[in-house]
Design a protein around this ligand. Structure first.
Ligand code: ZN
Length: 208
């Protein structure tokens, strides 16, 4: 038992740290927690700065706290963000009776609004909408055209990344956005739009 890692405690600590995030510029709250070899947990949040490069990510905040207290060997890390949590809640509304593949998404707009969405299937399969595009349509139809982040939450053990059509749809409104792709437990990896859709087609090819 002594060798087992209490991941739930680690996730809880990351979620608690997230509440402290100082992110007035991105509004993208992130919390992290690291577990040291001697079973201590250190939590940290992202701390932004008007001089953007000075800012620090949640993971590095937690690492700095651990190491500055003399704990140099880290054996586990948990990361939590509000946008991923909101995407996970949106997933509960998924209308996916044909695929049974639930997906939730949440987009963050430049003016700090969050819009969430789920996949909405149809008996005429091609009519269905992915969760990401549901969220985009909700944001844009309310007048929010500039997206700076998106989270996607699935029910898989692996992280869920947006399909090709959604990558294109996201690029239209967020060419420089960050995309957080989560697994069923809320663990996630972040990617830039450029990573998910390199050498892409967009408004610039049409002279916009
Ligand atoms: Zn899609």
């Amino acid at each position: 038992m002594d060798n087992l890692i209490d991941f739930q405690a680690l996730v809880n600590s990351a979620a608690a740290a997230k509440e402290k995030a100082h992110c007035p510029y991105s509004n993208f709250r992130v919390g992290a927690a690291v577990l040291t070899e001697d079973k201590k947990i250190f939590g940290g949040c992202n701390v932004e700065n008007a001089s953007y490069g000075v800012g620090i990510c949640a993971e590095r905040t937690a690492i700095v706290k651990a190491v500055s207290e003399g704990h140099k060997k880290i054996i586990a890390c948990a990361v939590s963000t509000a946008l991923v949590d909101i995407a996970a809640v949106a997933k509960e509304k998924a209308y996916c009776r044909y695929s049974n593949f639930r997906v939730g998404a949440a987009v963050l707009t430049e003016d700090k609004k969050i819009f969430s969405g789920c996949n909405v299937e149809n008996a005429s399969h091609g009519i269905g909408s992915c969760a990401e595009r549901t969220a985009i349509v909700k944001a844009v139809s309310e007048g929010h055209r500039k997206l700076i982040a998106c989270a996607v939450s699935g029910d898989m053990d692996e992280i869920l990344t947006p399909c090709g059509m959604c990558r294109q749809a996201l690029k239209e409104f967020g060419p420089d956005m960050t995309i957080a792709c989560a697994d069923k437990d809320g663990n996630f990896q972040t990617f830039s739009m450029h990573e998910l859709l390199p050498k892409s087609f967009g408004p610039e090819q049409l002279g916009f």
